[in-house]
Design a protein around this ligand. Structure first.
Ligand code: NAP
Length: 265
């Protein structure tokens, strides 16, 4: 049953708010009257966005600088919210990055950081913020997964596996919290117009299809929360693609994506 979420007067903590989808979440939630806590490494970007959101929407916008590849970062972020005197009603696990190329040639340290940011940090932050939401009988957790979550992606193996983890984690939490008053949703964008592919360092083989705007990812996700949906895949083409693994064997799926993403030349 559809029940619209009221964001006014609540506080949202958004990881990866210094650009792209995270910044778009911050802007939309602030426009709906939500105070925000902006988390990422690039402090100047976060401060500029915070000032802009306070000026434009009259909300409170806090900045917490954190490198989520560090195992102590989620604890430090949680402590920072306590020091600020805010309780977090909406947790947006959005920070993340990918890579491209055969695993055998990949930088092991970068892949380790990817697992920390894309997997370990969302788990640790959810550990820290979810119990208070359950106690209050009210809260929201949004996990920014990916269309890559639904099948293996050769040449992006760690990234796709990290998003498969986050998707499964999110769906399990959604079911556990059906009667706690806490809503959980995973959003699975495909190619979105952000700095993502710049960070990947590949905009040819790593990307499929036309770019969509980050704002569309955000509104689709907030609509999904209103519906109580377990997840939303952004775009009809990707909704259908996410169903393919139910029709094809795992080997056929992996071979198909290998052909699609194989390095050219
Ligand atoms: P983006 O513009 O590159 O933004 C990534 C954000 O993550 C930045 O704010 C970055 O902030 C933050 N981040 C990266 N490493 C971090 C670290 N070690 N510690 C703290 N924050 C870190 O890319 P985006 O597309 O908006 O990505 C947002 C999410 O969407 C990611 O989880 C991504 O996997 C997912 N996604 C993106 C696409 C796409 O096509 N764009 C498609 C599917 C899923 P700092 O650099 O300032 O730390």
């Amino acid at each position: 049953m559809e029940q619209r979420v009221i964001y006014k007067g609540r506080t949202a903590l958004i990881t990866g708010a210094s650009s792209g989808i995270g910044a778009a979440f911050a802007a939309e939630l602030a426009a709906r009257g939500c105070d925000v806590v902006l988390v990422a490494r690039r402090e100047a970007r976060l401060k500029d966005l915070a000032a802009d959101l306070e000026r434009t929407h009259g909300v409170q916008a806090h900045v917490v600088v954190a490198d989520l590849s560090r195992s102590d970062a989620p604890g430090a972020v949680h402590a920072a919210t306590r020091d600020l005197g805010v309780h977090v009603d909406v947790l947006v696990n959005n920070a993340g990055f990918g890579g491209y190329g055969p695993f055998s040639g990949a930088d092991a340290g970068r892949d380790q950081d990817m697992v920390m940011v894309n997997v370990a940090a969302p788990v640790a932050l959810t550990h820290r913020f979810l119990p208070a939401m359950v106690s209050r009988g009210d809260g929201i957790v949004i996990n920014v997964s990916s269309a890559a979550a639904f099948q293996p992606l050769p040449y992006q193996v760690v990234y796709a596996a990290s998003k498969a983890f986050l998707q499964s984690f999110s769906e399990g939490l959604w079911a556990e919290n059906q009667h706690t008053g806490v809503r959980v949703v995973a959003c699975a964008p495909a190619a979105t117009d952000t700095e993502y592919f710049e960070v990947v360092g590949n905009d040819r083989e790593a990307r499929f299809g036309a770019m969509r705007p980050a704002s569309g990812v955000v509104t689709a996700t907030l609509d999904a929360l209103d519906r109580g949906a377990v997840h939303t895949v952004i775009g009809l083409r990707w909704k259908l693609t996410a169903l393919l693994p139910r029709l094809l064997s795992r080997a056929a799926m992996a071979r198909m994506t290998e052909r699609m993403t194989r390095p050219q030349g």
